[in-house]
Design a protein around this ligand. Structure first.
Ligand code: S3P
Length: 194
């Protein structure tokens, strides 16, 4: 897959200074894409803050994601997600950061509009659905929308067009976390230079 800023592993940013105009990088993609692990690695590499939107939701709500789904359903979860995103965007003035969004956040039109208005960079971490499902199965994290393989696959397909609206797309299949973090830094460096 190629999109506007598709990364190439043999392009190297000279230094994080390439990202001097960027306030925040938002990692988007389906469950199992590696948004949190790549986000942590990227933030470490850039010496930026890291934030996971799901963590903020749990903190604001005082409940786990699983509990929110159980008590309030997916609709209640999406409302909490948008509230948390608004709060996070307001807090961006306090330091540059890498943000991992939950898999459904960027596909909600209202959230995508908020992110676009904020003028931050969005990066779609892509992988084949079979690999995404396998990664989810291997993790301890309980994901209410990843319990059934067929439903997982359908949802992934339905969301794909929305993820592709991100500024750049990076393929993660078969790559380790640090390699993907490096590709994200490289591709954003060149996108900014354009
Ligand atoms: C969701 C993904 C999860 C979490 C919630 C809903 C989704 O985040 O926000 O379970 O709708 O795809 P991860 O993508 O980090 O697993």
């Amino acid at each position: 897959m190629k999109s506007r800023g598709s990364a190439s592993a043999d392009v190297h940013p000279a230094a994080p200074g390439h990202l001097s105009g960027v306030r925040a990088i938002f990692l988007v993609g389906f469950m199992g894409a590696g948004k949190t692990s790549v986000g942590r690695a990227l933030a470490g590499r850039l010496d930026w803050l890291f934030e996971d939107l799901d963590d903020r939701i749990e903190k604001i709500e005082g409940r786990s994601i699983v509990q929110i789904f159980q008590d309030s359903g997916e609709i209640g979860f999406r409302e909490a997600e948008t509230r948390a995103l608004r709060e996070l965007l307001i807090s961006l003035g306090t330091g540059r950061r890498v943000v991992a969004l939950g898999g459904g956040a960027f596909v909600q039109d209202a959230n995508a509009a908020l992110i676009a208005e904020a003028g931050v960079h969005s990066v779609f971490l892509d992988a084949p659905v079979e690999e995404l499902f396998r990664r989810c199965q291997q993790e301890q994290k309980v994901r209410p929308l990843a319990l059934d393989a067929a439903r997982f696959s359908e949802l992934c397909e339905a969301r794909r067009a929305a993820y592709l609206k991100a500024d750049i797309c990076v393929q993660t299949s078969g790559k380790d976390v640090n390699a993907v973090a490096w590709e994200v830094a490289c591709s954003l460096g060149s996108a900014i230079a354009q």
